[in-house]
Design a protein around this ligand. Structure first.
Ligand SMILES: C[S@@+](CC[C@H](N)C(=O)[O-])C[C@H]1O[C@@H](n2cnc3c(N)ncnc32)[C@H](O)[C@@H]1O
Length: 205
């Protein structure tokens, strides 16, 4: 079967150190993460598609027990070397195999690497990974359609991106029994995959 996601993982493996230079100390999402952390009823968080782990570490520094999962060996290698005290696991976000439930799930710029069909399949799984009234923070690129685009940090490489607009992703989350607590837009950076990001905090109904 054609695995569009593999293109993203192959690319992240090749651009991990450039990604580190560009985003390794980017904490511009801290205000959204702070709101997410404040909303949680407990301390257990699963960071899905954690990449270099800087935001995983941010949540850990704020007193939460965070597990980071990612499928890119090279992104994980950097995460593990920088944040030795945090548990990072190599795992496909489409096949999460963790036998516990979490107070919160963070999906920071990772959900858009799955196809629209895959997103419909993973959301019920994420629902089950959350405890009662568990919260999920989703940040993704605003746009429309499923596309193969040039990787922002290396124009010789490409990656698959599944764009959603706010109404579309909100309706999908609602369909999968997530209540939207709030949503907003964040301005994108020059040369990134979209000049606008969507931020959604939602709750398991
Ligand atoms: C744009 S980066 C975001 C990293 C981090 N969450 C952040 O905000 O800095 C997307 C991450 O999603 C990961 N990813 C993509 N597809 C994945 C999959 N199927 N399973 C696990 N991780 C995946 C990539 O390897 C990459 O590290």
């Amino acid at each position: 079967m054609d695995d569009k996601n593999k293109l993203a993982i192959d690319t992240y493996n090749l651009i991990a150190s450039e990604y580190d230079n560009e985003f390794g100390t980017d904490y511009s999402d801290a205000p959204y993460i702070d709101k997410f952390l404040e909303s949680l009823n407990g301390k257990e968080i699963l960071d899905i598609g954690c990449g270099l782990g800087n935001l995983t570490n941010y949540m850990n520094e704020h007193g939460f027990n965070v597990i980071g999962i990612d499928l890119s060996d090279e992104m994980l290698k950097i995460a593990k070397s920088k944040y030795k005290h945090i548990t990072f696991k190599k795992m496909d976000m489409r096949e999460i195999n963790i036998d516990k439930q979490f107070d919160g799930i963070s999906l920071l710029y990772s959900l858009f690497h799955l196809t629209k069909m895959e997103v419909e399949i993973v959301l019920p799984k994420y629902y089950n990974l959350l405890k009662e009234n568990g919260k999920m923070l989703v940040i993704l690129q605003d746009g429309d359609g499923e596309k193969v685009v040039k990787a922002p940090l290396n124009k010789n490489l490409s990656m698959f991106v599944n764009y959603y607009n706010l109404e579309e992703i909100t309706n999908i989350l609602k369909k999968h029994n997530f209540n939207i607590i709030y949503s907003t837009y964040k301005k994108g950076t020059e040369g990134s995959l979209s000049n606008k990001k969507i931020v959604i905090l939602c709750e398991k109904l």
